[in-house]
Design a binder for this molecule. Structure first.
Ligand code: ADP
Length: 263
């Protein structure tokens, strides 16, 4: 298609005031999308202008987590993102038929991401969050090419195996010369009614990824937070009312809001 191919990516221009965060994980199911949705909602509630691109082709879940039901609208040859909880949302899931298997090759994904960056009317954003597919696939390279200033956030669970793959995802940043902002450990423990903690997925994964990436990168990669397993986080994702808004004082939401404030 024409037009958009020549358009500039506003967030890649020198002097762009938008901070771009790419949220990565080594594998699926660690809560990367839940973290992205809650960070976005939290930042928007704090008065920032926030956009989210859901580029997780294998599990596009951002629209339902943020309660988006409407498709984006078209104005001339631009796409208007859908607004949910003050967050501008575009998802690859909005452009594929539902209940169809999605088989995307790298170049298609690259073009889709490029189009989301050039043909979507984002307006002035303070923050753009990118929910990446799990792993260290082509999309990480696309992000580095299209958005060289994007900063990487790595989500992991405390489990050793999850931490290993998360570390590999984070180490991509060395090759792509991107900044690694930090590590977020999710599903860290479950709080019992008596106040004790049960470490369902073990302990130490986030810390290990932080220490090892700091060594690999040669710059501090802090552990930004540990988010407990919390019903409100799951319920918030299922109902389209992120926990940071619907249950802001729950342990999960408190931890998520604290991470958002550090960015
Ligand atoms: P990913 O994006 O890494 O594949 P999701 O964000 O889709 O993972 O999360 C997987 C599942 O776990 C979802 O059902 C989500 O609601 C749930 N979940 C994620 N984080 C938490 C948490 N801290 N507490 C409870 N449930 C969570």
């Amino acid at each position: 298609r024409g037009g958009g191919a020549q358009r500039e990516i506003p967030f890649a221009k020198p002097g762009s005031l938008t901070r771009v965060f790419a949220i990565a994980s080594g594998k699926g199911g660690v809560g990367k999308s839940s973290v992205t949705a809650n960070l976005a909602a939290s930042m928007a509630a704090d008065g920032l202008s926030v956009g989210v691109i859901d580029a997780d082709i294998y599990g596009f879940s951002i629209p339902s987590m943020l309660g988006v039901t409407r498709a984006p609208t078209r104005v001339d040859d631009m796409i208007l993102p859908t607004l949910a909880h003050g967050v501008k949302v575009i998802s690859i899931g909005m452009f594929v038929p539902s209940n169809q298997p999605v088989v995307w090759r790298g170049p298609m994904l690259h073009r889709a991401l490029q189009q989301f960056l050039t043909d979507v009317f984002w307006g002035d954003l303070d923050v753009l969050l990118l929910d990446l597919p799990p792993g260290t696939g082509d999309i990480a390279i696309s992000v580095a090419q299209l958005l060289p200033a994007a900063e990487l956030l790595v989500v992991t669970t405390p489990q050793g195996a999850a931490a290993d793959v998360a570390e590999r995802a984070g180490a991509m940043a060395v090759q792509t010369h991107q900044k690694l902002v930090g590590v977020i450990e999710n599903m860290s423990w479950m709080e019992m009614p008596d106040g004790s903690r049960v470490e369902v997925f073990g302990a130490g994964g986030g810390q290990t990824v932080s220490v090892n990436l700091t060594r690999t990168i040669g710059a501090q990669v802090p552990l930004l937070g540990q988010i407990p397993l919390d019903m409100t986080v799951r319920e918030g994702s299922d109902s389209g009312q992120p926990a940071v808004l619907s249950a802001p004082d729950s342990p999960g939401a408190v931890a998520l809001r604290s991470v958002a404030k550090q960015l």
